[in-house]
Design a protein around this ligand. Structure first.
Ligand SMILES: CC(=O)/C=C/C=C(C)/C=C/C1=C(C)CCCC1(C)C
Ligand SMILES: CC(/C=C/C=O)=C\C=C\C=O
Ligand SMILES: [Fe+2]
Length: 467
């Protein structure tokens, strides 16, 4: 590793879809791939890397039978005859045909267990952060039920917040799990304000005292769940007429303290949220920021493998911005949604964000994300966004595809941006390296080359060495 500064010791883990072929069949969508876990361990100024497939039931069955055996994001097992089709329909309702391919995120729970996740509840899998071995299914011991949840729980050293959409009685259940437990406890419920089904909740934010529940017009669609062939919006449907809403639930009581209509939006990832206060310290509003795709669902189509492969270098990546919601707590029926800074600062593309974990739920200034240098069909820069100055610093290397810049604070740091941002980069020639950027200057501190290229990956976590 070429580095002048010492990095803190610990392990960076990154999860994501990494294998898109079964036998001679090629998958269609980025989100279908079987999970590949990547590790880079930093110790005494050296970096050691490894990667391994997560041994989900879906992955093992595909390997054994040479075909897709479970329902993935867009792939569906092929049925040989009408009887097996009927069997599949029945298993869909019980959830047994849904994938457990935990290809989205990886989180370190307060008790030290490391969990890989996806949108299906059964796809919660415990892994060993040192060997990357699949340890076991994470069994939720409660009776909350549900088949799907937000792929991104909000996790810290003491707790885990999750959102479970209810497709039968459109709404969301908010639940909390203590560190060290496998039991989620019901906190409260939000009923949908519009539409035939809840809006997709890939992620949601929390503040110190509240949980923010987004209801976007891109809604789950039971009919599309049953289809054998993917629709343009996969398992979802766009219901502009149904309205877009933001709900705020009190963490302590489970009561809804605000439910406002907002302009239409499309987001996978909330960045953070915090409480806005007046001079007397009373909470007047909730501010919630997200990677917002200008209410345009075509980002889902952008992420089809054909489009990613065929349109390299063409300017087809749909515009995105930091969407900032202001949700008033004074009973007003409407909330606001505006760009937090000029999207040109980050090339009108942005997603895959991280912040200093000490600022989750609190006022914050900096967000790290993938951005765009046009023309491009996929995010191709790393960007450090200053939400106060409304500016961005950008890292770019010609032909390279960097993954989520994951912020790791320096132990004992006081300044919010005192730390590093770690990303895995696929270079133009197909080789790969871990890149460490200074969280303040956004200049390169170190890079560690992998002996081989790695597929694009999604979300990350950090396991300190002393834990
Ligand atoms: C990788 C990523 O960000 C998203 C993955 C999403 C998945 C795997 C979604 C899967 C689903 C099913 C298999 C059926 C039910 C609907 C839905 C949650 C979309
Ligand atoms: C990779 C991605 C969006 C890129 C576009 O800007 C979204 C991934 C979502 C799942 O975690
Ligand atoms: Fe995600």
């Amino acid at each position: 590793m070429q580095s002048s500064k010492r990095l803190r010791d610990g392990t960076y883990l990154r999860n994501g879809p990494g294998l898109w072929d079964v036998g001679d069949y090629g998958f269609r969508h980025l989100f279908d791939g079987y999970a590949t876990l990547v590790r880079v361990s930093f110790r005494d100024g050296q970096a050691v890397g490894a990667h391994r497939q997560i041994e989900s039931e879906a992955y093992k069955a595909a390997k054994e039978h040479g075909k897709v055996c479970y329902r993935e994001f867009s792939e569906v097992p092929k049925t040989e005859n009408f009887l097996s089709f009927l069997g599949q329909m029945a298993s869909l309702f019980s959830g047994s045909s849904l994938t457990d391919n935990s290809n989205t995120g990886v989180v370190r729970l307060g008790d030290g267990r490391v969990l890989c996740l996806t949108e299906t509840i059964k796809g919660s899998i415990v892994v060993n952060p040192d060997t990357l071995e699949t340890v076991s299914k994470f069994e939720y011991t409660d009776k909350l039920g549900g088949l799907i949840h937000s792929a991104h729980p909000v996790v810290n050293d003491t707790e885990f917040w999750t959102l479970i959409p209810d497709l039968i009685r459109p709404g969301y259940v908010v639940a909390r799990m203590e560190a060290g437990s496998n039991e989620r406890r019901f906190v409260g419920r939000v009923d949908c304000r519009g539409g035939p089904a809840p809006g997709w909740v890939h992620s949601f934010p929390v503040t110190e005292n509240y949980v923010v529940v987004p209801e976007m017009p891109l809604r789950y669609c039971a009919k599309n769940l049953l289809r054998a062939e993917p629709t343009p919006l996969y398992k979802f449907e766009w219901h502009l007429e149904s309205g877009s809403f933001m709900h705020v639930m009190c963490k302590a009581s489970g009561n809804i303290v605000a439910s406002v209509e907002v302009p239409p939006f499309v987001t996978f990832h909330f960045i953070n949220a915090y409480e806005e206060k007046d001079e007397e310290g009373r909470v007047t509003a909730i501010i919630a920021d997200c990677c917002e795709h200008n209410a345009d669902t075509s980002i889902l189509d952008n992420l089809r493998l054909h489009n990613l492969r065929a349109f390299a270098g063409q300017d087809v990546l749909t515009d995105a911005r930091v969407g900032r919601f202001r949700i008033p707590l004074d009973g007003s029926p409407f909330g606001e949604l505006d760009a937090a800074l000029d999207p040109e600062e980050h090339g009108r593309g942005m997603d895959m964000c991280s912040i200093n974990p000490a600022h989750v739920g609190k006022e914050y200034r900096y967000a790290y994300a993938c951005g765009a240098r046009r023309p491009c069909n996929f995010p191709n820069t790393l960007t450090k966004i200053d939400l106060l100055d409304k500016t961005a610093k950008n890292w770019y290397e010609e032909g390279a595809v960097p993954s989520e810049p994951f912020f790791v604070p320096r132990p004992g740091a006081v300044d919010e941006d005192d730390g590093v941002a770690i990303s895995m980069v696929s270079a133009k020639d197909g080789s790969g390296y871990a890149l460490v950027l200074d969280g303040q200057t956004f200049q390169e501190i170190a890079r560690a080359k992998f002996p081989y290229g790695l597929p694009y990956g999604l979300h990350c976590c950090w396991v300190p060495r002393d834990k």
